[in-house]
Design a protein around this ligand. Sequence first.
Ligand code: MFK
Length: 546
Amino acid sequence: MAFLQDAPRLAHPYRSDPLLPGLLDRVLPPERRGALDADLNALGDYALLAFQRAGAGTPRQPVLAQWGPWGERIDRIELTPAWLDGPRITTACRVLSSGHADSEHARLEEFARVYLYHLASEFYTCPLAMTDGAATALKAAANRELMARALPHFLSGDPASLWLSGQWMTETIGGSDVSHSETTARRDGTGQWRLYGRKWFSSAVVGEAALALARPEGAAAGNDALALFYTETMDGPQRRPELVIDRLKDKLGTRELPTAEIHLQGLPAWPVGELAHGVRQIAPVLNITRTWNAVCAVASMARAIALAQDYARRRQAFGRPLIEQPLHAHTLADMHAEFAGAFALAFEVAHLLGRVEHGAATDDEAAALRLLTPLAKLWTGKLAVAICSEALECFGGAGYIEDTGLPQLLRDAQVYPIWEGTTNVLSLDSLRAIGGGSLGALRGVVANWASGTETRHAAGLIQDTLERAQHFVEQSAGTPDALQAGARGLALTLARCAAAGLLARQVTWSMRGGELWPAAALQRFLAHGLDRLAAPEADNTALLLR
Ligand code: MFK
């Protein structure tokens, strides 16, 4: 019998996770920590089941049926099994509702669930993220009527009454720049607002509600005049006829997620707040979904590394297992160190979000969160692609073969740096936050994380790098183009400094338990460098873009 290679096996994603249980043990009060275990174990079990199911069957994709047998318009989407499981798993394990519980730890507990559920859910987490964002935006707008109507559904504990919400911003004319949006809102004879237009990327078209940007009829041009509307898509069991699904997108990855192009032909809608400044009103959705994006990106990294490491123990080459080959082991360790930093940053943002929402954070922490959110999103998005790509390489040719399931990790990861704002748009959002005074707050918060006596060297490096970042901002203040050109380098530098500060805090925490990995992760992370600043004097862009 010819040699047959063992496939990589997945250990229990919760009980075997190298980072999550330890973080929760450290930061949650014992009674909350204990109460969380049942849901996290169940989500880990489900993730294992989904992994086995994916290995055993042919991948399925959603299918849009636009017409019924007698010629009627139906726009029905057949979903994959994981998507059909979605409402039951979400409600049984309180994936969404836990984040809105009355505790400063609620968001951390929510995102621990998201981390475990994400890959098994086949990106059902995407509409969950938007639903979470919509719930948060309705609360921020203090729109009591819409809150009373929608929140019991968005945060439902019953799969039969769970509603998903979309977030309809992007149009053919723009996704990053929404100022020329063409969707209009008009009142009908009864005074009811109705939406008319075309939305170009709708990832929750199977949902029952949506938040949509539209220009009230007669309003001025430009972004300030856009308003935010809440709308519902169903009339009992039927999709409303004023919502037409044109087609599903043919995407590089996230293929189980039915992303649609839609037309709105008079869909009834209600203003969320004032009939202007819709971008400001939808900003809470953006910040929530960007946090989901960061946590889901680290979930992809965790899966890629877990499989690559398991395989390295099973695969022999040149006389010994890959894990004993120094260069291969070194490569895996590099991946681990970056992942540890990314995990720490994504979960700190999640925890801080809950602490800010419940008034348990300092003013500096609240201001830092505004900056840390885009930083976490943009850095983890890029890193997920790099780590998934490196992980595929760890399997050699097998990593490039579809039915191993491995290429999907990379195809899916490519979405993280794109949706919810590209790396460059998020870098510009970081400048927006810095313009609001967040950098000083971030520096204070990071210095506090790295203030342990065992991490003085790291603290010094972080502080020097942050000093250079601040200098870059001050030096470029009078030249907006130079500031913008350097925004990505600045953002990556700040993200790495924040992650290093959190790894330093982990070293301090580990002193009592005698754990050695945090110091190793910090050392390796620092060796990869913190500074990604672009030197303005070295800018030769114009010469290259001839
Ligand atoms: C599995 C993981 C889950 C992920 C879910 C994935 C869902 C996928 C589907 C999508 O991709 S949906 C499309 C997502 N689209 C975006 O993320 C849009 C990307 N573009 C931006 O983010 C632009 O920066 C933006 C549209 C916000 C620019 O709009 P404007 O109107 O030119 O911005 P402007 O004038 O600077 O800001 C307007 C107001 O919003 C300002 O407040 P004020 O009116 O009080 O001055 C800003 O401060 C505020 N603002 C903007 N971004 C903010 C924010 N406030 C807080 N946080 C932010 N991030």
